[in-house]
Design a protein around this ligand. Structure first.
Ligand code: GLC
Length: 592
């Protein structure tokens, strides 16, 4: 969540809405060239499943409502598993479904070992896991270890008296000497959701620390009892068969033990607070010891359980630490936010950041992601309002033809748009109320999934849904895109199929081509033996571009290509290594 505000601020001026693509009728070469995708017969048996996976994030409130209350639920997800299988996903990450007062829509947990009745029951969950397994789809839980809800029994106990045995499970402190509560917080730290990170509690005359909402008190990870309790809940879900965890806001686990003031920076945030450096409460080195112990514990389970980190970090060196660097003993997949949240379709920038992930993380496996429930959708962040559909194809091509594990967000595959509230009274996400109008909150990227053109886009039979369905659902929906071979949805399916079956995409290395070209991102993926290579060229500009690809740069020989997938009709019959790409065109071909 760390960069949400920045992202919102830079992008507030961008047009939000569907846009026509540059081509009247897009035609695909892939159907003719299917045979050209070699069947993978060389699959090594020792690769963990997550290395080649497509992980699909579901925001359960918004995916499918099965009981007509206007809120999505677990049985709704189970109903849609066939769709997810047809898309080709390997795992679902569910944002939190535990009992919660829902102040932060589940990220404020009041019981770590149950299901919120809004979403269903533990039996529904077990059925989802079992049904998903039949389709080779795994379930990944969201684990919020930094904070609980203020309604969690631990916090209620902790707040009850200064001598309560759970007092030290949270971060309680006296106010600054000489001041008067509630105006003398222990230091100047601000919450990422606005204003002081300290909340005064008159009952015990102390403040507690909250990096997020007031209703999300931070746990004190310097107390070993907290780790024991939280690891117990991790085991609860591992024993129930989950494939792993997405670790929420994980760099926020520790704070400076001396609680020293943060250094102030120029300017204010969306909430009017003076900006400050976050190094007193973000990404402190102590967190890595916890990650190593967590990894050692999950490693004891069979089936390659995976730890994924929500890791917004300043650079690749910091990201590498989250893997445990060369020791590979922390997270398997901390998210690389440098590529997907660069927020500019800039060939130089993308090339450099993808290269960093290829070369500077000690051979660990990168995890790329362009979309999630905290940020304006990539459709709008990268789109120029005119070529959004073609730009979305470029992003999908990078996601599925790079060597990275791929993570996507529901609706990304059909090009769902961000639909922010237009009036403060409509806002559901509390930061949109605190920050209005500079920060409209995250409702816009959480609107219901658009399944078809029926009532509420097929999401729910209710008269009203928890968030309104986006206005364009009658034309932009799964059903319409399934029946259109040229749709963005079918583009995703083609790429995912190719990625799964093609040995070069599955196991090959990745080498950038034409490395100084500021307009076209191009690269080669070659399988280990070098017998088969895939070339990719993506025009990141609104002008036609001609490139000459030189596979020799990667030590590979070949003078002819054939097109596997493109959205430019003019490239269907491409055979030469000199390629003229129309504006924002994507081209994927094999080398002969
Ligand atoms: C993460 C979640 C975000 C949530 C925050 C606090 O950033 O992605 O939705 O509000 O953590 O738990």
């Amino acid at each position: 969540m760390i960069r949400l505000v920045n992202v919102c601020l830079c992008l507030v001026a961008l047009a939000v809405g569907a846009a026509a693509g540059p081509y009247g009728s897009i035609s695909f070469a892939q159907s003719n060239n299917r045979a050209a995708i070699a069947k993978d017969t060389t699959k090594p048996t020792d690769d963990p499943w997550w290395k080649h996976a497509v992980i699909y994030e579901i925001y359960p409130r918004s995916f499918q409502d099965s009981n007509g209350d206007g809120i999505g639920d677990l049985n709704g997800i189970t109903q849609r598993l066939d769709y997810l299988q047809s898309l080709g996903v390997d795992a679902l990450w569910l944002s939190p479904i535990y009992p919660s007062p829902q102040v932060d829509f589940g990220y404020d947990i009041s019981d770590y070992e149950n299901i919120d009745p809004q979403y269903g029951t533990l039996a529904d969950f077990d059925r989802l896991v079992a049904e998903a397994k039949k389709r080779n789809i795994r379930i990944i839980m969201d684990m919020v270890m930094n904070h609980t809800s203020d309604k969690h029994p631990w916090f209620i106990e902790s707040a009850s008296s200064k001598s309560n045995p759970k007092r030290d499970w949270y971060v309680w402190r006296d106010g600054k000497a000489g001041g008067t509560p509630p105006n003398n917080p222990p230091n100047n730290w601000i919450s990422i959701f606005g204003h002081s990170a300290w909340q005064y509690d008159p009952k015990t005359s102390q403040y507690y620390y909250h990096r997020f909402y007031i209703q999300q008190p931070d746990l004190n990870w310097r107390n070993p009892a907290v780790e024991r309790a939280m690891f117990g809940s991790v085991r609860f879900w591992l024993d129930r068969g989950v494939a792993g965890f997405r670790l929420d806001a994980i760099p926020t686990l520790f704070e400076d033990p001396q609680l020293r003031d943060a250094e102030e920076l120029e300017g204010t945030n969306a909430y009017g607070d003076r900006r400050q450096k976050d190094d007193r409460y973000e990404n402190l080195p102590e967190v890595h010891d916890v990650m190593r112990r967590l990894r050692a514990m999950t490693d004891k389970y069979p089936g390659d359980r995976v730890l994924i980190g929500e890791t917004y970090l300043p650079n690749i060196q910091e990201l590498d630490k989250w893997y445990g660097g060369a020791k590979h003993d922390e997270l398997e997949l901390p998210m690389d936010m440098q590529v997907g949240f660069s927020n500019r379709l800039d060939a130089n920038l993308l090339r450099q950041r993808i290269n960093d992930a290829e070369t500077k993380i000690n051979g660990n496996q990168p995890l790329f992601v362009f979309d999630n429930h905290d940020n304006i959708r990539s459709w709008d962040r990268y789109g120029d309002g005119v070529h959004n559909d073609a730009i979305a194809r470029i992003l999908a091509t990078i996601l599925f033809t790079s060597r990275s594990t791929a993570m996507m967000y529901y609706g990304e595959e059909i090009g769902m748009v961000t639909t922010p509230p237009t009036r403060k009274e409509e806002v559901k996400d509390p930061i949109g109320i605190t920050g209005w109008p500079r920060e409209k909150g995250r409702d816009g990227e959480r609107t219901p999934m658009q399944w078809d053109n029926s009532k509420n886009a097929g999401f729910s039979m209710a008269d009203s849904t928890w968030l309104p369905v986006a206005a364009n659902y009658e034309t932009k929906n799964v059903k319409a895109e399934e029946s259109n071979p040229d749709s963005l949805l079918n583009w995703h399916k083609q790429l995912i199929t190719m990625r799964r079956n093609d040995p070069a995409l599955r196991h090959g290395n990745m080498i950038m081509l034409d490395e100084t070209n500021p307009s076209v991102l191009s690269y080669i993926r070659s399988d280990v033996a070098g017998h088969h290579s895939i070339l990719v060229a993506l025009n990141c500009t609104a002008q036609q571009q001609t490139v000459t690809l030189d596979p020799g740069r990667a030590g590979v020989h070949g003078a002819k290509v054939s097109t596997l997938l493109t959205d430019a009709p003019s490239l269907n019959q491409q055979s030469s290594l000199t390629i003229t790409l129309p504006p924002y065109a994507s081209w994927v071909g094999s080398l002969q």
